[in-house]
Every structure is written in C-alpha cells, then in structure tokens.
Ligand binder design. Sequence first.
Ligand SMILES: Nc1ncnc2c1ncn2[C@@H]1O[C@H](COP(=O)(O)OP(=O)(O)OP(=O)(O)O)[C@@H](O)[C@H]1O
Ligand SMILES: [Mg+2]
Length: 182
Amino acid sequence: MSAAATTTTAVQLTVETPEQMQDLGHRLAAVLRAGDLVLLTGALGAGKTTLARGLGAGLGVRGAVTSPTFVIARVHPSVSGGPPLVHVDAYRLGGGLEEMEDLDLDVSLPESVVVVEWGEGKVEELAEDRLHVVIERRTGAAGAAEGPDAAEAADEPDVRHVTLTGVGERWAHGALAALARA
Ligand SMILES: Nc1ncnc2c1ncn2[C@@H]1O[C@H](COP(=O)(O)OP(=O)(O)OP(=O)(O)O)[C@@H](O)[C@H]1O
Ligand SMILES: [Mg+2]
C-alpha cells in the first residue's frame, strides 16, 4: 500500500434532524466530483438514504433517491451536465466487487459519483481513494437505558453523530474543510 492511500482526514458533525441530514448531503455534493467513492455506514434507519437524497439534490440529478429495495444499484443522471450519481445498496451484495461488475451498469464509474450504503469491506477497490461517512445513533446503546445518559438519549431520538473520514490523496488537502464549517 502506498503512503498516500493511508492519508486520512476526518470531520465530525452532529446532525439533529432528517432535514439537517439532507442538508449535509447537499453540502457534501458541492465537494464531490466524478470518480469519487463515498461509503455510507450506519445501522438500519441511521439516515444513509436520507443523506444520499440530499446528495442527489445537491448534484442536481434526475429521479428520487430512495432505498433501492428491488435493485442493488440505481443510476441517476445529472440534469445539469454534472456527473451522474450511482446509488448502491450493498446490503445483499455478498462478495462485493465481482457482483458489482455483474450489475452491468450503463455508466462509467470513474465518470460518476458513486455512493454505497453498506459498502464497507466490500467495494473499497472501486476507487483509489474514498470517503467514509459513519452515521451513529447513540440512543439505545448498550447500557444507556440504565445509565445516567438514558434520559438525555430519550430526549434526543433524532440526533445523529456523523464522522466523515477521507482516505487517500483526494482528501488530503482540505477537501472536507467546507463541511466542518457548519
Ligand atoms: N437526524 C436524523 N438524520 C437522518 N435521519 C433521521 C434523523 N432523525 C430521524 N431520522 C429518520 O430516520 C430515518 C432514516 O432512514 P434512512 O432510510 O435514511 O436510513 P438508512 O440508514 O438508509 O436505513 P437502511 O439501512 O434501512 O437503508 C428516516 O425515517 C428519517 O426521517
Ligand atoms: Mg438506506
């Protein structure tokens, strides 16, 4: 592995509502460009698709970004000459890459922004660099129900803690700085 591939930069944010999560996606879209790979990690209902919806809006792509229940990947072409958004739900993708290639997407991944839910450990090889977005919901965490945080957690069921970690040269030069300024 080259030194560049291990370069990481991180930004942490608190996202209080679904609207704020979409807004984060919108702002992230302004940072993204063709060839970028974004991995969305978080439990069921964490807000991965909500973030992807904001991304689609920010990129100005056609078609509603929804949970791809019956398909693994959906291509949303740009309506403004920008890169298409390829939205992948890798939940049922066992092996990862080979199955991705079998999807026979009618689009070139290096010319697209590729966003993958449940992609961690499966699709990293699609691009040299990548952005990991981890969405955590700290309510209901083990022990919290009886701990001193229980009341606080119950009061804030919508709060999400989002960590964006850029891996590789692409993210090494302040690309995420615009997101840190809320
Ligand atoms: N702060 C928040 N950020 C994002 N979503 C929130 C927030 N608070 C509440 N929600 C709600 O949580 C749900 C998130 O659903 P979403 O489909 O985005 O999750 P997901 O991570 O894609 O789930 P899945 O693993 O099933 O694909 C939505 O109903 C949304 O309205
Ligand atoms: Mg989803």
